[in-house]
Write a protein that binds this ligand. Structure first.
Ligand code: AMP
Length: 212
């Protein structure tokens, strides 16, 4: 049995065509079913639904043989015990620095002020500001980061941006792009040895179906 870990939403939806290219069709719809283990048309393949940030944990410890996770999630988690064979080029967005539209970010940086940055992505943010030589105090949040500059909790946030609508609705502006984000396929290293043939076939089918 091969177990693939996916998160609901964009990653699940955008992985379906890649599975189809590998001849695999998921038999349940996660939006209507409460099941967490989804069967497929292949008796040897099942899909488990986990939180996006738990995908690397499942794959690292072998709770799943492979999984799909965003570059952001993988950088924050680290790649221990995993092999990252493929950028699937799905669930694309960017990681950016954003501030209130009345905050002069460029001036604050120029003056060398210490700025307070709220984010869920502390590793990525720490590295970004260290590379730029900007002094920051990082504040870890688990959600609704847009609220932090509006309430005075922080001067800036580091968050994922897709259309930019969420920032706009909260009077925030993007002032710096940190990195491009897309989702990647990760494979448990031990599984790749033990289940080499079926996993290779799946990875190759995903690679052939991935658009660059
Ligand atoms: P948008 O309003 O389209 O710019 O989307 C921004 C909101 O969606 C933020 O709350 C982000 O955290 C979230 N978001 C955007 N793209 C992604 C993605 N690829 N994966 C996870 N969350 C995302």
């Amino acid at each position: 049995m091969i177990t693939l870990a996916l998160s609901k939403g964009r990653i699940f939806e955008e992985t379906l065509p890649l599975l189809k290219a590998a001849g695999i069709e998921v038999l349940d719809n996660p939006e209507t079913s409460r099941k967490l283990i989804l069967a497929t048309n292949s008796p040897e393949v099942q899909v488990v639904l986990v939180r996006a940030s738990d995908v690397p944990t499942y794959v690292q410890y072998g709770g799943a043989d492979l999984g799909v996770a965003g570059r952001d999630v993988l950088i924050e988690h680290g790649l221990d015990g995993m092999y990252q064979p493929l950028d699937l080029n799905i669930a694309r967005c960017r990681m950016s620095v954003a501030v209130r539209d009345d905050f002069d970010y460029a001036a604050a940086i120029k003056q060398g002020s210490r700025i307070r940055v709220a984010t869920k992505y502390t590793q990525i943010a720490r590295q970004h500001f260290a590379d730029k030589g900007v002094h920051v105090d990082l504040i870890k949040l688990y959600g609704s980061m847009e609220l932090a500059p509006l309430t005075g909790l922080a001067d800036a946030i580091v968050d994922l941006v897709s259309t930019g609508n969420t920032l706009k609705a909260n009077h925030l502006v993007e002032v710096e792009k940190v990195m491009e984000i897309s989702s990647r396929l990760v494979v448990n290293q031990a599984a790749l040895k033990l289940k080499r043939e079926p996993l290779r076939r799946m990875i190759d089918a995903f690679a052939a179906a991935t658009t660059s």
